[in-house]
Design a protein around this ligand. Structure first.
Ligand SMILES: [Mg+2]
Length: 403
């Protein structure tokens, strides 16, 4: 399997949240639009392309964005509308392949290697998807086509907005050698800084370093750097069905025995899991809490819900119930974990029907939060998803809509 040439498409909706607003309110088309909530204190979740020449970008405080672009129209976040649009777009993707890895609400990798005989080349498939999305949802998206995920994503970035770009095998070198090292997958500020001290700021310069040297300097990720600089990336496209669960666990240097500290850790884990779920555009119906006692014995408690969860506060509510079925707090813990399984695409299912129990869970949550707050003070406890869980803009840390 490994050596068979793959065809990967990266698809990314253009200025997604802002584009949905401009689609639904034609008077906003051609005007700078910022999606970012109702208060001046919020941040920009998405900026339309008309706003970007002013230097406005997502994650910037609204007040700052308005100083740069005073004529911008600021709109509140309508997450339900964006979810609806996202579902329609992902449904279109699914006509062409089952192998879809959602990266966020507006972005996905498709492995179309097995679809080429049926639908034509990668480029033909990307064209058909772009046309269908435009026709059926009135939104535009950009497509990158390449033999692997890393290059496909770079290609779609280069194609934005409303474009399509394919990187053919013989073009890989020419394309990569012009890029800064920061463009490489996984190269953040720290790695970039370390490379800079070695006199490396561009991929072309990175190419001159030997694999052994990179491994010595960066550990295992040095090998990754070596490969990426050559356009090599073997990561498979991981479709929903291949991801069975999303979880997070922590092992503690000192055993936990204070119930309030345990609650606080559980809250942090719940939020991290929620964030990861949403980053993959998923929700989960089965919540599992895992504890390992000081004597290394392990206990798990699970519950399957009628509706999927993706909100840190709600997950915390269920996790708290499950934890109460263990001896946590009475026996010291060395490990705590939260995971969600029975995954489905975010926003599907019958959540409306279960609105009442959800509210009950949230009020139990309020109590738990209040207890924590008393103990640790606001700053410690009041974190994004918990607070936001009660209102429409429930996904503050889902991140902003990059492009
Ligand atoms: Mg996008």
């Amino acid at each position: 399997m490994k050596n068979i040439e793959r065809c990967i498409i990266h698809l990314d909706l253009d200025a997604f949240f802002a584009s949905v607003e401009q689609r639904d309110r034609p008077e906003l088309r051609g005007r700078p639009v910022l999606v970012g909530g109702s208060s001046q204190r919020g941040v920009v979740w998405a900026a339309s392309y008309e706003a970007r020449p002013f230097g406005v970008h997502s994650a910037m405080p609204i007040a700052q964005a308005l100083r740069l672009c005073p004529e911008a129209v600021v709109l509140p976040v309508r997450m339900n509308e964006y979810r609806k649009a996202s579902r329609a777009v992902f449904t279109i993707f699914s006509r062409f392949t089952d192998c879809i890895e959602p990266l966020s609400i507006d972005e996905a990798f498709l492995d179309v290697s097995a679809s080429l005989r049926l639908f034509g080349s990668g480029q033909a498939i990307a064209c058909q998807i772009r046309e269908a999305v435009r026709r059926e949802t009135n939104l535009t998206l950009s497509a990158g086509i390449a033999p692997n995920k890393f290059l496909a994503k770079l290609a779609s970035e280069a194609a934005k907005p409303d474009g399509l770009k394919e990187i053919f095998p013989e073009e890989i070198d020419a394309f990569l050698l012009t890029l800064p090292v920061k463009a490489l997958w996984g190269v953040g500020a720290v790695t970039a800084q370390k490379l800079a001290t070695l006199g490396v700021s561009r991929v072309a310069e990175l190419r001159r370093l030997k694999r052994e040297f990179l491994l010595r300097t960066f550990g295992a990720s040095g090998g990754l750097l070596y490969d990426l600089a050559r356009g090599i990336d073997a990561r498979p496209v991981e479709s929903d069905s291949s991801i069975k669960s999303v979880g997070h666990e922590d092992t503690y240097a000192t055993d936990l025995s204070d119930p309030v500290v345990i609650q606080r850790e559980l809250l942090g884990l719940s939020e991290r899991v929620a964030q990861r779920l949403r980053s993959k555009n998923l929700q989960g119906r089965r919540v599992t809490v895992k504890v390992k006692y000081a004597d290394f014995s392990v206990v798990t408690r699970s519950r399957t819900l009628a509706a999927g969860l993706s909100n840190g506060g709600e997950i915390f509510g269920i996790a708290t119930e499950l934890l109460s079925q263990t001896e946590a707090g009475r026996r010291p813990l060395r490990l705590l974990g939260v995971s969600l399984a029975t995954l489905e695409v975010l926003g599907t299912g019958q959540s409306e029907l279960f609105a009442a129990p959800r509210r009950a869970r949230l009020s139990r949550l309020d109590q738990a939060v209040d207890q924590l707050r008393e103990r640790f003070g606001d700053q410690r406890v009041v974190k994004g998803s918990l607070l936001a869980g009660r209102k429409e803009p429930s996904d503050a840390e889902q991140g902003t809509d990059g492009d």
